[in-house]
Ligand binder design. Sequence first.
Ligand code: PEP
Ligand code: MN
Length: 337
Amino acid sequence: MIVVMQKGASKHEIDHVIQRVASLGLKPHPIVGEERTVIAAVGEKREQHKEALENCAGVAQVMPILAPYKVASREVKSQPTVVTARSLRIGGGNVGIIAGPCSVESEEQIMATARAVKAAGATGLRGGAFKPRTSPYSFQGMKENGLKLLAQARDATGLAVVTEVMATEDIPLLERYADVLQVGARNMQNYRLLEAVGKSSLPVLLKRGPSATMDELLLAAEYILDAGNSQVILCERGIRTFETHTRFTLPLASVPYLQAKTHLPIVVDPSHGTGHTYLVPRMACAAVAAGADGVMLEVHPNPEAALSDGYQSLNFRQFDETMSLCRKVAEAVGRRI
Ligand code: PEP
Ligand code: MN
């Protein structure tokens, strides 16, 4: 249920409703809006709950939340969520560009990439140190040494570091070096991991599983929100279909769809979404045109020599050109990169 407080309800009245929600065995999620406070009461609802809450002082209205996800829904929070980490701002009109290699490979590689993407206008630096690879024989990432290099690149450029967390037990280590925790497509429904990143103080970038529906993605985000972390970015990275021309199929309708259903920002990853460098620049522009709150791009100094995902990575010149194109599109649709 959503408990909508009256405009100008006092702190005392709001605190009382929060306590009342908890005493009914529901979990209160207060959302302080510009005009009024709304308290989402999540849990198994009973008819008498509505009446009990309606009778509290300062309450304007009590309504059911129709969507299966609750705290993630627009019904509960109409204002867009803005996720902030250092120079990175995503959501509420801010278009964030997160760029960098698929994997951190060496000091030279990550430092050169960080400088190049920063100069071209990126606000976040991506780079995997723990890599989920289909084959156990493929490069698995530099682990903590990779994280140290990311932190070094962040110190040199001010870019926010976005890097993947694969296991719950690695979270404390990642928190020492990262600014945003990425939950990869393969882990979108790893509920213990979602709960654990939900307890972190760092924002989370949650990638869509290749076979996950929109509702499954939003319910995965709900796990993170329910655990107490409100800083969640959703990422459309393509899904598996019968199509083989592209590595995945990148459905951009998910951008306006998700924006209608949730207040959380949506980032598009055209690198994984297409799997081919030559398709990336225009799909990045298409994502901006569709209203995405950010774009995530794989960039490598020498894609041919990359240890992972080189075939879908941009070199520095291509990234620069992609940024110029995206800026023009952003301007045309009334946004700024
Ligand atoms: C990545 O970002 O390099 C990655 C592994 O992405 P995904 O989880 O979307 O496959
Ligand atoms: Mn990759």
